[in-house]
Design a protein. Structure first.
Length: 326
């Protein structure tokens, strides 16, 4: 079975989607001849031609706006923003047009577009290149927000996002792009959106997270297992719409919940999950919900970057705080 990194899996999914559906087109800065800043679109210009792989000017608002326009005309555009720090310029188009198009036209039009962008810290990049601003997008009704945490899920979720009839913001953790390989079968099968994935079964504590921090969660779960503590690990994957039922079912079993994400604590999407657990699952809880997150500051420059990111030790400390109760 062939193995692939996350960025290779993204490339496979894009190529498969374009081969299967002539309506799928790509647009973004340097995605053609250069293959994108991380080479996610490498080779696609040669294979599919300049009519379907379009290099754009350095203009994120225009990239999103053009994607919306062609989506209304029967295409399925996949727009790339080079780094998430530059994607916020596109929020105007996403908020005021892409997310509202179905409602505005009473269902006459939809907006089957995907906005892809690398996100997160961990690659020693400068300012604007390390943001985890997913909460900005989760607060826009009408958008799906998806973050894969492995090559397999990157492949399947991206295919599903491209085939979805409504707009999807697809965030790709940069520090996972080439972090590891796993078997990825290029069979054209998408994975279900709007669904969490249970990566490890457990009965003592529920670890909930998404994106790059999933790796630290799994390492923490392994260490806890050596101490006789069984942690259940849930990859949220699709933040909006949230599969709250799976999280609540897990918390009902374990009685404890630790939420992990790389974005800042205040206003982070972990707060929404904590509110749903505390609201609907309160009687299941044996301890207060814990959150392990980035800090309420700009992502620091490379020498301090590792201190900003949620670490295995911080996750373990949060789990042990929950175990003091009950």
């Amino acid at each position: 079975m062939p193995e692939a990194t996350l960025v290779e899996a993204i490339n496979l999914a894009l190529a498969r989607a374009m081969a299967d559906d002539q309506r799928v087109i790509l647009l973004g800065e340097d995605i053609g001849k250069d293959g994108g800043v991380f080479r996610a679109t490498d080779g696609l210009l040669t294979r599919f031609g300049p009519e379907r792989v379009l290099d754009t000017p350095l203009a994120e608002v225009a990239i999103a706006g053009v994607a919306i326009g062609v989506a209304t005309q029967g295409f399925r555009p996949v727009a790339e923003i080079q780094f998430m720090g530059f994607a916020f310029a596109a929020i105007d188009q996403l908020l005021n047009h892409a997310a509202r198009l179905r409602t505005r036209t009473r269902g006459r039009l939809s907006c089957p577009m995907v906005l892809r962008t690398p996100c997160g810290a961990g690659i020693h990049a400068p300012e604007h290149h390390s943001e985890s601003g997913e909460a900005c997008f989760t607060n826009i009704p009408g958008l799906r927000v998806v973050i894969p945490s492995s090559p397999q899920r990157g492949y399947g979720l991206l295919l599903a996002a491209i085939r979805d009839p409504d707009p999807v913001v697809f965030l790709e953790p940069t520090r996972l792009y080439r972090a590891f390989r796993e078997v990825v079968v290029d069979d054209g099968q998408g994975l279900a959106l709007d669904q969490c994935f249970t990566l490890r079964e457990g009965s003592d504590v529920t670890l909930v997270g998404w994106g790059a921090v999933i790796r630290e969660m799994l390492i923490a779960a392994e260490r806890l297992a050596k101490e006789g503590i069984a942690a259940e690990v849930i990859d949220v994957a699709t933040l909006v719409p949230l599969d709250a039922a799976m999280i609540l079912t897990s918390v009902a079993k374990t009685g404890r919940c630790v939420i992990c994400h790389e974005a800042p604590l205040t206003g982070g999407f972990g707060g929404e999950i904590a509110a749903q657990v505390a609201g609907t699952g309160l009687l299941s809880l044996l301890a207060p919900v814990e959150r392990v997150t980035g800090y309420d500051t700009i992502v620091p420059l490379p020498r301090l970057e590792k201190h900003y990111l949620p670490s295995v030790d911080r996750i373990l400390a949060a789990v042990r705080r929950t175990l003091r109760h009950g």
